[in-house]
Design a protein around this ligand. Structure first.
Ligand code: GUN
Length: 285
């Protein structure tokens, strides 16, 4: 079997064009969705992600601004800056790019963002809402993955979904969203012995480990759907996933590439959350 590729870039473009329409409608009512991004320090990867977010906002007519802070900023100063944005009615969404410098406690920062402006979906209130199946800002990468599966009419209900990785940003929430869609979910991580015993039983395998080409054709069963969340830099500077694409595509039914896979969908779902922040939490999808 040769897998069909789920093109995240193409799907992302289609969704952005729909959002542009939605933003135009909002503008007619006098409201322009506005996202404020905070970047602390000058981590090159973070800078590049933030640029991608700005560009995507422009494409859809969402306004955005970037607050760049020196990495010597104190935790209190950063928290105070966020409180100001919480109180600013012209700001609908707030995103603090992670990781933060070691002297700043990330969880404190996440928790001070108003849940109504938490377009990352990282605030414990929003995580709780997601877990109990209520309307909320869903974390962007996991939400993008569900959208990719649905775009190909891949059924999730009753399927065995195996998630490799248990980060707060991807692994844990994607498992929860798959469970909300009635999958049977298994989480595997660095301490899981005999990993292949689990991965070979996966109908849907989500790989978010951060290890280049970790998953090969011996990890999966024939016809599995393989979602690659990895973004690893190779020696020549190009990007590659956690999955050995060339090998796995010969055995899977669907596969996401890197680049042009999950990455573009993450930013697109951030835009979707920013529009949702304007409309309020009970509206939208
Ligand atoms: N750093 C890596 N991914 C993300 C993300 O989705 N949101 C934020 N805020 N920081 C990140």
């Amino acid at each position: 079997m040769v897998a069909e590729i789920i093109d995240g870039k193409k799907l992302s473009h289609e969704l952005k064009m729909k959002m542009k329409e939605e933003v135009n409608q909002l503008k007619k009512t006098g409201v322009t969705p506005h996202l404020t991004v905070i970047l602390v320090g000058d981590n090159p990867a973070s800078k590049s992600y933030v640029k991608g977010k700005e560009k995507a906002c422009e494409e859809t007519g969402i306004s955005s601004d970037l607050i760049e802070l020196n990495e010597t900023i104190t935790e209190d100063e950063l928290l105070a800056q966020i409180v100001k944005l919480n109180n600013d009615k012209s700001v609908h969404g707030i995103l603090v790019q992670l990781p933060l410098p070691n002297h700043i406690e990330e969880q404190k920062v996440i928790e001070i963002i108003s849940p109504e402006k938490d377009v990352d979906g990282f605030h414990p209130v929003n995580i709780g809402r997601m877990m109990t199946g209520q309307d909320t800002f869903l974390p962007c990468t996991p939400h993008g993955i569900i959208k990719m599966l649905k775009s190909k009419n891949i059924s999730i209900e009753g399927k065995h979904a195996v998630v490799l990785g248990r980060s707060n940003i991807v692994g844990k929430p994607v498992g929860q969203l798959l469970l909300n869609e009635n999958a049977t979910v298994t989480y595997c991580h660095s301490r899981t012995p005999n990993l292949k015993e689990y991965t070979k039983n996966a109908d849907i395998l989500v790989v978010a480990l951060g290890k280049a080409h970790f998953v090969d054709e011996n990890h999966i069963k024939e016809g599995a759907v393989v979602i690659d969340v990895g973004i690893n830099r190779t020696e020549d500077g190009s990007l590659t996933g956690d999955v050995n694409f060339d090998k796995v595509k010969e055995k899977a039914s669907y596969i996401t590439p890197v680049p042009r896979g999950v990455g573009p969908m993450t930013i697109t779902m951030l835009l979707s959350n920013t529009i949702k922040a304007v409309k309020g939490l009970t509206s939208g999808e």
